[in-house]
Design a protein around this ligand. Structure first.
Ligand code: RIB
Ligand code: CA
Length: 335
């Protein structure tokens, strides 16, 4: 029996067929980045989503490296049709601090995948693309990196920013400790000034951000057992995931004594698709931009400031529901 027939018989995987008109248009703003790459794989294998573009922001990787890494993932998926635009190369105010210590010197777990040939950086910038794409309405943004591009969009085209249907951001933390300081999470720590601009603008215009922070991403651990099962069920995809996560596994063991790696960004995509995977509170939230708590999301859960909520802060995650959504879709990828 051929391998593929065996695979198909192994475990029937049925994904809902979606009519195009039910698909939700999304822009993925990211800093690939290992977990960003897994999030892109999930998004592009979810029939509910139409990824109309990927915008790159400096974060885990410098922007140009992030562009190349996004192309590598799209190439693996056979989806080089998805346009990728480059945005901010540095935070709004601070010095740029990458996270290559976590994501490897190539930003993709030192998998050192070859660059995809003939993939030039488009003339159109990420913010110009966002400005045009959002104007039509009915487009959401799933932000998986620092919010630098979104703050620039506010500067240059506030109407476009306010046209975002849903804004989901992997970032911040409420009761969970930080990962860049005792109180700050990387995306908002790397560019706290942009995060503040985004949260304050949402408050000023009575809008909300759906903040998928460390409180709910920390329990999402890709363990060696899950990875082995993925490799059995789909060796091609399993090997790709192993290639880009092995460095991340080592980092997590050395720094947090976790067996496996926390895959933050795919949870933001899963939440967008199935919001009831997460639950939490609505609260007025501000981002601290300086001092020892720079990058901290200060969540006014008790209403001290008597201000309207500008954020949904997620505190509970149904981890089983996440894996039930993530694994079948990733394993359904055929290369
Ligand atoms: O703190 C985790 C977040 O920062 C994730 O989005 C990771 O990719 C990095 O961007
Ligand atoms: Ca990210």
């Amino acid at each position: 029996m051929s391998f593929y027939v065996a695979l198909l018989l192994a475990e029937p995987i049925f994904l809902p067929n979606f009519e195009v008109e039910n698909m939700k248009k999304v822009i993925i703003d990211c800093d690939p980045g290992i977990d960003d790459s897994l999030a892109i794989m999930l998004a592009l294998n979810s029939p509910e989503l139409e990824v109309i573009g990927i915008t790159i922001v400096a974060g885990n990787s410098p922007a140009e490296m992030g562009f190349r890494n996004a192309k590598k993932v799209l190439n693996f998926l056979g989806r080089l049709d998805v346009p990728v635009y480059v945005g901010a190369e540095r935070p709004r105010v601070r010095e740029y601090v990458n996270a290559l210590d976590t994501h490897g010197e190539d930003g993709l777990g030192e998998s050192f995948l070859p660059d995809v040939p003939e993939q030039d950086i488009p003339e159109q910038s990420a913010v110009e693309f966002m400005s045009k794409a959002l104007k039509g309405g009915d487009v959401s943004v799933i932000a998986l990196g620092p919010l630098t591009n979104l703050a620039k969009l506010i500067d240059s085209d506030l109407d476009a920013f306010l046209s975002i249907e849903r804004l989901v951001s992997m970032g911040g933390n409420f009761r969970s400790h930080g990962n860049c300081s005792p109180v700050a999470e990387y995306n908002y720590w790397e560019d706290p000034d942009s995060a503040k601009v985004v949260f304050d603008t949402l408050y000023d215009h009575h809008r909300m951000i759906e903040m998928v922070g460390l409180d709910v991403t920390r329990p999402i651990v890709l363990t060696p057992e899950i990875l082995e099962d993925m490799k059995k069920k789909n060796p091609v995809v399993g090997d790709f995931v192993e290639k880009i996560t092995k460095f991340y596994f080592k980092f997590h063991w050395e720094w947090e004594h976790i067996r496996g790696c926390v895959i933050n960004d795919p949870l933001a995509v899963a939440h967008f698709i199935t919001p009831d995977i997460l639950s939490g509170i609505e609260a007025f939230t501000e981002v601290e931009t300086g001092g020892i708590s720079m990058g901290q999301t200060v969540v006014d859960s008790m209403g001290f400031y008597r201000k309207d909520s500008n954020a949904c802060i997620y505190t509970q995650v149904d981890t089983a529901a996440f894996w039930d959504l993530f694994l079948p879709r990733i394993l359904e990828i055929r290369r």
